[in-house]
Write a protein that binds this ligand. Structure first.
Ligand SMILES: [Zn+2]
Ligand SMILES: [Zn+2]
Length: 283
């Protein structure tokens, strides 16, 4: 178990593709963990935001038969009412649509942000889903969603309003946070835990040896979204990958056809060098 204050080893390391897969297909607590991990990366990082949009557009994995893309899934989750970690998921949506006002439309990050905003505007049910989510949430989650909605409807550059807290809440919130971390560390509750992000692109690289898997990859049969160089390494990584491995919503119909592995390979190395290189240890 990790330090009470620092990042915890409670969750296994997560790769960017695994994070996106978890957001789209995993259960709520793991969605929160995946969003927490990606939130730290996506800020200003164009390639990560490209991956997010690819995921929402079904580039790697087809959109499930229910027609709900990544963003719609997250909006729907937030529409179910307040829950622990809702603000983390709302922050993810906020960061993916956050225009950097220090720069203009020509800026690479802003260009990608505008693509995401455009996609959301045109994606069926996305704006209404976000509005419903905002109505159901409060506090910082609602503030993040309000900013996203304003970006889509009025001003693409809308920033999140940072509420000025009364003094007693400024005092109380850190204490509450401390107490929660302490109890979750003692009792093993998985709140306030953010997994470490691995530098390996598990769609095109073996998580164990990091070799590129373009030649005859061994694909995880459960999520169909992780490639290995060989069966032995797939087996060796089960303990780690298993945390972030979910059958896609809609089951087998949603699984990518072998032919869609090819475009993923063309993105080979896209994520390289972005994340501080730290291989995943074989368990
Ligand atoms: Zn390998
Ligand atoms: Zn898997």
């Amino acid at each position: 178990m990790g330090s009470v204050f620092g990042r915890s080893s409670c969750y296994q390391d997560i790769s960017v593709p695994e994070g996106l897969h978890t957001l789209a297909h995993g259960p709520r607590p793991l969605k929160v963990a995946a969003a927490g991990a990606l939130n730290e990366l996506v800020n200003g990082e164009v390639q990560i935001l490209e991956e997010v949009l690819d995921e929402a557009q079904g580039v790697h994995m087809p959109i499930p038969p229910d027609g709900r893309n990544l963003f719609k899934v997250l909006a729907d989750e937030l529409s179910l009412g307040p829950f622990d970690g809702a603000d983390v998921i709302a922050t993810f949506l906020e960061r993916c649509t956050a225009y950097d006002t220090e720069w203009d439309d020509e800026d690479e990050w802003n260009e990608q942000v505008l693509k995401v905003q455009e996609f959301l505007r045109e994606s069926p049910g996305a704006v209404s889903g976000l509005a419903k989510a905002k109505a159901k949430q409060s506090g910082s989650a609602a503030a993040s969603l309000a900013a996203v909605l304003l970006r889509l409807s009025h001003d693409k550059k809308t920033q999140v309003e940072v509420a000025v807290l009364p003094w007693w809440r400024r005092l109380y919130l850190p204490l509450l946070g401390y107490f929660k971390r302490l109890t979750s560390a003692t009792l093993g509750w998985p709140q306030n835990r953010i997994p470490d992000v691995s530098s390996v692109n598990t769609r095109v690289q073996c998580a164990v040896c990091q070799n590129y898997t373009s030649q005859a990859p061994v694909v995880c049969s459960q999520c169909n979204d992780a490639n290995y160089c060989c069966q032995e390494h797939l087996d060796a990584d089960r303990g780690r990958h298993g945390t972030w491995c979910f059958e896609p919503r809609g089951g087998k119909d949603t699984k990518r056809a072998t032919s869609t592995i090819a475009p993923a390979v063309s993105n080979l190395g896209r994520l390289d060098g972005i994340i501080t290189s730290r291989p995943i240890a074989a368990s």
